[in-house]
Design a protein around this ligand. Structure first.
Ligand SMILES: [Zn+2]
Ligand SMILES: [Zn+2]
Ligand SMILES: [Zn+2]
Ligand SMILES: [Zn+2]
Ligand SMILES: [Zn+2]
Ligand SMILES: [Zn+2]
Length: 203
């Protein structure tokens, strides 16, 4: 069903339950609670109006009411689990990433995950991933680039041509070029960038 947007790290549920004290407390109420913190409950006689819902007119079930989610489930135990998942995903998203759930159009014609998988688009570059943990890593990558830029250098990896004439590091290894005027001096480490900046500062 809608489970295909579960991330790899979510699937692993430890067999032993750490806290099961209140797990079975309120499973018997039928129809008493209509709306539970972001979820709507539908009794089997009620129309949830989700066309693709496997439980429609069939079983008492819940739907997640967040944005475009609509996640459907009958087992109340999944409610907490699903809320946690949103929390985690909400944390991941800032103003630099967009999350698209399956069936939601990301409006990028060349995206291989469009409408098929839960995925994330970086808003600063064409980076796409389906794993929320990669969002964090990629965010660090941009932070790193911005840090270097703030230091007056441009970063070039082994995969990118720096287009500096006579640079022996182009497309060979990660290096940095000074972007101060037409300086273009090369640095291989933060230390070298720093000492180079000292020269600019004193001239
Ligand atoms: Zn439904
Ligand atoms: Zn949801
Ligand atoms: Zn996409
Ligand atoms: Zn990016
Ligand atoms: Zn270079
Ligand atoms: Zn320089």
């Amino acid at each position: 069903m809608h489970d295909d947007y579960v991330n790899g790290d979510d699937v692993v549920v430890p067999k032993k339950r750490a806290s099961s004290s209140s797990a079975k407390d309120d499973e018997k109420d039928d129809g008493a609670v209509a709306l539970l913190d972001g979820f709507q409950r539908f009794r089997f006689v009620e129309d949830c109006s989700y066309e693709a819902c496997p439980y429609r007119f069939n079983l008492s079930h819940f739907h997640c009411m967040r944005n475009d989610c609509g996640y459907a489930f009958c087992d109340k135990a999944r409610l907490k689990q699903h809320t946690e998942r949103h929390k985690r995903l909400d944390n991941v998203m800032g103003d630099d990433f967009e999350q698209y759930r399956p069936k939601v159009d990301c409006q990028r014609p060349d995206c291989e995950h469009a409408r098929t998988a839960n995925h994330f688009h970086c808003l600063k570059c064409p980076f796409i991933c389906t794993d929320s943990s990669k969002v964090t890593a990629h965010r660090k990558h941009h932070a790193n680039i911005e840090q270097i830029r703030a230091n007056g250098f441009e970063k070039f990896t082994a995969n990118t041509a720096c287009e500096q004439k006579a640079c022996g590091y182009s497309e060979k290894q990660t290096h940095y070029h000074c972007s101060n005027g037409d300086c273009g001096a090369v640095a291989l480490s933060a230390t070298q960038m720093h000492s180079h900046n000292m020269k600019h500062a004193s001239s």
